[in-house]
Write a protein that binds this ligand. Structure first.
Ligand code: SAM
Length: 311
């Protein structure tokens, strides 16, 4: 049966109110969320994030031992690209759309595109897999997925989508506290994706706090933290706050697709900090990133940045 795919009403990256419940250290309730990933699915940020996700899962699968995939901000799981919703923003056209008909892609980029092709077997780009779907396509019967989303609609869609698959536990709730409750994981191996929408300023603090706590609870996990490249101060400061959590064993990669806007509005790229990255990841990115800059770059400001402290 063909998988269900979802659309949504449009909301900007920065929508939302800055309300903090400091006592609970829980900044959000579901009612406060307006971001819907359906408007952004398959954009340049998803390309970078999902390409690295495919690579990290491949690396973890090299050992027979099972692992958990934990997605703290999972979204709806699957997205339609042919709905009025997706076509309104059409962000995928400047993301996966630019890679779709390319030949001769570097192997890691091709491996990611192949995962998107699994949902589009006719050859027409109509559907896009979110991070849970990509993980599901790649994980083995012995691996497990723990998915969280706080948005009332997207969490319902997520649960409906994966209902009945015994490998998957999809929960409507706060991914930061969900992560805390799962660590250390029972199989002592895990890949964690922390992928907030940064709808609220509090997310910038929460993502650092949650990652620090997770590294304390389970130091050997592989953690992928996504962030947007925006001109606002908290966004500019975030990567350094993340990499400061550990002296070594982290990697940072950024893809800038255009120069920052003069008015400071909008996202000009995105980045990831990976803790406990495989030693092979820097070489993979050195291979893939020039191609992503060439294919996804929108002006002369396009480029990439890669640094790591892998021993
Ligand atoms: C960028 S999207 C996730 C995209 C998804 N990881 C992917 O790559 O396909 C961020 C998601 O986080 C959800 N969200 C926001 N705050 C949350 C929280 N505290 N806990 C769990 N989910 C949250 C939003 O509803 C949204 O669906």
């Amino acid at each position: 049966m063909a998988p269900a795919v979802f659309g949504a009403r449009r909301q900007p990256y920065s929508a939302g109110r800055a309300v903090v419940n400091a006592a609970l250290h829980r900044p959000y309730t579901a009612a406060m969320l307006s971001y819907r990933h359906a408007f952004h699915a398959g954009n340049h940020a998803d390309v970078l994030k999902h390409m690295v996700l495919v690579d990290l899962i491949g690396y973890l699968k090299q050992k027979d031992k099972p692992f958990w995939y934990i997605d703290t901000h999972a979204g709806a799981g699957l997205y339609a690209l042919d709905t009025p919703t997706a076509l309104k923003t059409a962000e995928f056209r400047d993301g996966i759309g630019r890679l779709w008909t390319e030949t001769g892609l570097p192997a890691p980029v091709q491996a990611y595109v192949d995962q998107v092709r699994q949902l589009n077997r006719t050859g027409k780009l109509l559907r896009y897999p979110g991070s849970p779907q990509i993980a599901l396509q790649l994980l083995r019967p012995t691996d497990r997925l723990h998915l969280f989303d706080l948005h009332s609609t997207d969490s319902r869609l997520l649960q409906k989508q994966y209902d009945g698959d015994r490998r998957i536990r999809a929960q409507a709730g706060d991914g930061y506290s969900g992560l805390k409750a799962l660590l250390p994981p029972q199989p002592r191996r895990a890949l964690v994706l922390v992928d907030p929408s940064y709808e609220d300023r509090q997310d910038y603090r929460e993502v650092v706090h949650a990652t620090e706590d997770a590294l304390r609870r389970f130091a050997t996990g592989v953690y992928m933290v996504w962030y947007p490249l925006l001109s606002k101060r908290e966004s500019v400061r975030l990567p350094a706050a993340l990499t400061a959590l550990r002296e070594r064993d982290w990697l940072q990669v950024e893809l800038q697709v255009k120069a920052p806007a003069e008015d400071g509005i909008g996202m000009h790229g995105s980045g990831l900090v990976v803790f406990n990255p495989p030693w092979t990841l820097p070489a993979m990115l050195a291979d893939a990133m020039p191609a992503l800059v060439r294919l996804l770059g929108q002006d002369a400001g396009a480029g990439y940045h890669l640094q790591h402290t892998i021993a």
